[in-house]
Ligand binder design. Structure first.
Ligand SMILES: NC(=O)c1ccc[n+]([C@@H]2O[C@H](COP(=O)([O-])OP(=O)(O)OC[C@H]3O[C@@H](n4cnc5c(N)ncnc54)[C@H](OP(=O)(O)O)[C@@H]3O)[C@@H](O)[C@H]2O)c1
Length: 364
C-alpha cells in the first residue's frame, strides 16, 4: 500500500482539505489574504470559482479512494471527516502543522492516542485539535473566561442553533450521535450522560432557548487542560417546537432504538435541513476563583463563518503567527498563551463577545 505523502514546505500553500465546502469556503476567503492556498476534495472542479476569487489551486484527494495524495504544504486544515485519519497520519509523518475541526469526542480521543504514539514520543509539528464547538471558539472563549476569573472551575455552554443557517452534508455525522451516551466531568468525577437530557431554558443573546445536553469535545478537553471540575454543553434550536420535538424523541428512546444503519436515512432527514443563512449564538456561564461571568458570543454571519473563524485562529496558532511560538505536538485551542487577547481577535473577525446582562457591554 502506498501512503499519502505530505511534506513540510514552510513557504508552500496551506492545504484546506474539504476547503470548498460550506465551512471550507468561509475559511478559504478568510485565509487567502495571508497564505497561498490549496483546496482539496473529491471534485475539485467545484472549486473553480472559489479558486478564481482566492487565488487558490484545487487538487483531488478523495479520502475514500485508496489512491494516495502527495503535496508539499505549509500546514493542513481538516474540514471534512477523515474516518481513517489519513490526513492526520500524513501530517504526522511529514512534520506538517495540522488543525482539525471535524472530530466528535471519540474521534478526537483517537487522534490524541495516535499523536501520543507517534514515534513513541509525540509529534514534532503542532497538532491542534480544534473540534470544540464552532471550530474551537467555545474552548478559546473558555480560556479567556479562565484568565478573567483566575481559573475555570465550571463552564455551562448553551448553543442556540439557528434553523435558518447553512450547514454542509458532511456536518450531519457529528449530530447523528444522539443515541450514544457519553462521558463528562461533573464535580471532578466522570459521569455517563444521555444526549438530549437535563433540558432547561436559557436566555441566549435575548432569545429564550430550550437547550438539552449534547456531546461536544470541549467537555472532554477542558477538565484536562484548564482543570475545570464541571463542564456541560447543551444545544437547542431557534424554534421551540423543533427543540421540544427533538427532546421528546430523545425521551422516548428514538435515537437509541433507531441507531442502526437501517434507520440512518430517517435520522439524517430529521437532523439535516439546512437553510440559506442565519446567526450563530451561544452563551457561556463560567465560575472561577474570582467569581462568575456570563458571556454571549454572536456571529451574524452564521455558524459556518464562526467555525472558519475558529479554524483561522487555529491556523495562526500552529504557524506561530499569533504572537507566540508554534507549539510542538498535541495542543487544544484553550491552551492559548495569550488568552486575554482572544475576545479582541474574535471582534476583528466580526464575532461579538458580550457580557450577558450589560446591554452591549464588551466582555474584555
Ligand atoms: N467543530 C465544529 O463546531 C464544527 C462546526 C461546523 C462544521 N464542522 C465540521 O466541518 C466539516 C465540514 O462541514 P461542512 O458543513 O463544510 O460540510 P460540506 O459543505 O459537506 O463540505 C465538505 C467538503 O469536503 C469535501 N469532501 C466530502 N467528502 C470527501 C472525501 N471523501 N474526501 C475528500 N473530500 C471530501 C467536499 O467536496 P467534494 O464533495 O467535492 O468531495 C466539500 O468540499 C464537517 O465534518 C462538520 O462536522 C465542525
Amino acid at each position: 500500500m502506498t501512503l499519502d505523502q505530505l511534506s513540510h514546505d514552510p513557504s508552500g500553500p496551506v492545504l484546506l482539505l474539504g476547503g470548498y465546502g460550506t465551512v471550507g469556503a468561509e475559511l478559504a476567503r478568510a485565509a487567502a489574504p495571508f497564505w497561498p492556498l490549496m483546496l482539496a476534495g473529491r471534485t475539485p472542479s467545484r472549486a473553480a470559482e472559489l479558486c478564481r476569487e482566492t487565488g487558490a489551486v484545487a487538487r483531488r484527494w478523495d479520502l475514500a479512494d485508496p489512491e494516495p495524495f502527495a503535496a508539499g504544504v505549509r500546514a493542513v486544515v481538516a474540514l471534512v471527516n477523515d474516518p481513517a485519519d489519513r490526513a492526520l497520519e500524513a501530517a504526522l509523518r511529514g512534520g506538517v502543522p495540522y488543525v482539525d475541526v471535524t472530530r466528535w469526542t471519540a474521534r478526537l480521543q483517537r487522534a490524541v492516542a495516535r499523536v501520543s504514539l507517534e514515534n513513541g514520543a509525540g509529534a514534532a509539528a503542532p497538532v491542534l485539535l480544534s473540534s470544540g464547538w464552532m471550530g474551537g471558539v467555545v474552548p478559546l472563549v473558555a480560556a479567556a473566561l479562565a484568565e478573567r476569573l483566575g481559573g475555570l472551575e465550571s463552564l455551562d455552554t448553551a448553543i442556540r442553533y439557528d434553523l435558518a443557517d447553512r450547514a454542509g452534508a458532511d456536518s450531519v455525522e457529528f449530530m447523528d450521535r444522539l443515541g450514544l451516551a457519553y462521558e463528562v466531568t461533573e464535580g471532578g468525577l466522570s459521569r455517563a450522560v444521555t444526549p438530549l437530557t437535563a433540558a432547561r431554558t436559557v436566555d441566549v443573546g435575548g432569545e429564550r432557548t430550550r437547550v438539552a445536553r449534547i456531546d461536544t469535545p470541549e467537555q472532554f478537553s477542558l477538565p484536562l487542560t484548564l482543570g475545570a471540575s464541571s463542564v456541560t454543553t447543551r444545544i437547542g434550536f431557534s424554534s421551540v417546537g423543533a427543540t421540544r420535538a427533538l427532546i421528546g424523541l430523545g425521551r422516548v428512546g428514538f435515537f437509541r432504538w433507531a441507531s442502526g444503519e437501517r434507520w440512518q436515512p430517517a435520522r439524517r432527514k430529521l437532523l439535516y435541513a439546512p437553510g440559506e443563512g442565519g446567526t450563530a449564538r451561544l452563551r457561556l456561564d463560567a465560575s472561577g476563583p474570582r467569581g462568575r461571568a456570563s458571556w454571549t458570543v454572536t456571529d451574524p454571519a452564521g455558524q459556518a463563518h464562526l467555525t472558519a473563524v475558529g479554524a483561522l485562529l487555529g491556523l495562526r496558532r500552529v504557524l506561530g503567527e499569533d504572537g507566540a511560538p508554534a507549539p510542538a505536538g498535541l495542543v487544544f485551542p484553550e491552551q492559548h498563551p495569550r488568552a486575554g487577547e482572544v475576545v479582541g481577535a474574535l471582534a476583528d473577525l466580526g464575532v461579538a463577545v458580550e457580557a450577558t446582562g450589560g446591554a452591549g457591554e464588551v466582555a474584555a
